[in-house]
Ligand binder design. Structure first.
Ligand SMILES: Nc1ncnc2c1ncn2[C@@H]1O[C@H](COP(=O)(O)OP(=O)(O)O)[C@@H](O)[C@H]1O
Ligand SMILES: [Mg+2]
Length: 345
């Protein structure tokens, strides 16, 4: 088998959304891989709530078996374009082209690390980026951005008093942590927490942004539902480690976003702590949480795997020091985060 045969076979599959075939519709990514009887390629859809995804994937598999080789084992990956949704309240100062939630089923899997580094990576690529730390259980952006002592001040705009985000490393950032006393264990009730978060979205001076990233609390709670219904999200990124407990919670997160009430497209999955690499043995990989768990989950759920991030001491250290690793140009971990940013832009 060779790639042109696959392309020709996919010309036999009509995409109901355009009425044209998959190739004419520009839905085939340039990533056909063939090895023996195994064939894989990606199809690009507008969003993952597209009603035709499953049937088109099946038709593509059948077309390859019918027109190229009946024994072909065909894996079709699905990718989704970011959709631009317009903000639903004119009152808002926030005007973001893409609003993306960063989610994890479990705490401690590196959701905030991914959110912080991704925000910095997008800013380094020249985008206007806002980051909201909405994790009421463990707000960590003040520390990760070395801004623990900052207190956002207010500004007046068109007769409204707005909270001015803190700007650090090219990112406009606000954290629920700025408004909590770190020595006091506050138990936020669902309603209170979602109101506070809504205020940080609607009553802050975000301005025009290319990307607005939200570091959500882990899990699937009422806060998630309220927030998601208020915001017009363009998509969600799910972060997980490769171990089974984290994966099963990640799956619940994906189900929540895909729930018909929310209908938020999943932009992809980030597998964090994929392997451990000691500083003194940079070529060694130890799969301490299991190998490729996130990758396999992404394949099974047919969502893109945006990246696999190793467990390395410098990611932990740089996070604790308030200078995320992406600030270190050329660092392999920085490149891994830039690679995720590339896929969103
Ligand atoms: N890839 C990694 N390598 C090393 N340490 C990491 C990595 N990802 C996260 N960490 C560390 O693990 C801890 C938890 O990460 P964090 O991003 O706060 O998780 P979450 O937001 O999911 O609770 C932090 O100390 C962080 O520095
Ligand atoms: Mg966190």
């Amino acid at each position: 088998m060779y790639p042109q045969q696959i392309i020709d076979a996919l010309r036999h599959v009509r995409y109901p959304g355009t009425g044209k075939d998959l190739i004419e519709s520009g839905m085939l990514e340039d990533d056909i891989r063939i090895s023996g009887f195994e064939v894989s390629f990606s199809l690009i859809f507008d969003n993952d709530t597209n009603p035709f995804v499953q049937s088109v994937v099946r038709a593509a598999q059948t077309a390859v078996q019918t027109y190229v080789n009946p024994n072909a084992a065909v894996t079709v990956f699905t990718k989704f374009k970011l959709t631009q949704r317009t903000p639903d309240t004119a009152q808002r100062s926030l005007n973001a082209k893409h609003t993306i939630a960063i989610h994890s089923g479990k705490g401690g899997v590196g959701k905030s690390t991914v959110a912080a580094n991704l925000a910095i990576a997008l800013a380094q690529k020249g985008f206007q980026v806002g980051l909201l730390d909405a994790d009421i259980h463990g707000p960590s952006m003040p520390k990760m951005f070395h801004t623990e002592d900052c207190r956002p001040f207010s500004v007046e705009e068109n007769g409204r008093t707005l909270i001015e985000p803190i700007e650090q490393y090219g990112v406009k950032m606000l954290s629920i942590g700025f408004f909590l006393d770190p020595r006091q264990a506050v138990v936020w009730r669902g309603g209170m927490a979602s109101n506070a978060i809504k205020q940080l979205i609607d009553d802050a001076h975000w301005g025009n942004l290319d990307y607005f990233l939200i570091d959500l609390p882990p899990g699937t709670s009422d806060i998630h539902l309220t927030l998601m219904q208020t915001l017009s999200l363009s998509g969600a990124i799910v972060v997980t480690t490769p171990q089974p407990v984290a994966l099963s919670d990640a799956r619940k997160g994906v189900d929540m976003f895909r729930n018909e009430k929310l209908n938020v497209p999943i932009l992809g999955l980030v597998e964090n702590m994929s392997w451990f690499t000691p500083q003194e043995l940079p070529d060694n990989r130890y799969y301490i949480f299991g190998k490729d768990g996130g990758k396999k989950l992404a394949q099974e759920l047919q969502i893109p795997l945006l990246g696999q991030i190793p467990l390395v001491q410098s990611i932990r250290e740089s996070g604790d020091e308030g200078t995320p690793v992406t600030l270190q140009q050329g660092h392999p971990a920085a490149q891994a985060f830039l690679h995720i940013a590339d896929q969103l832009s």
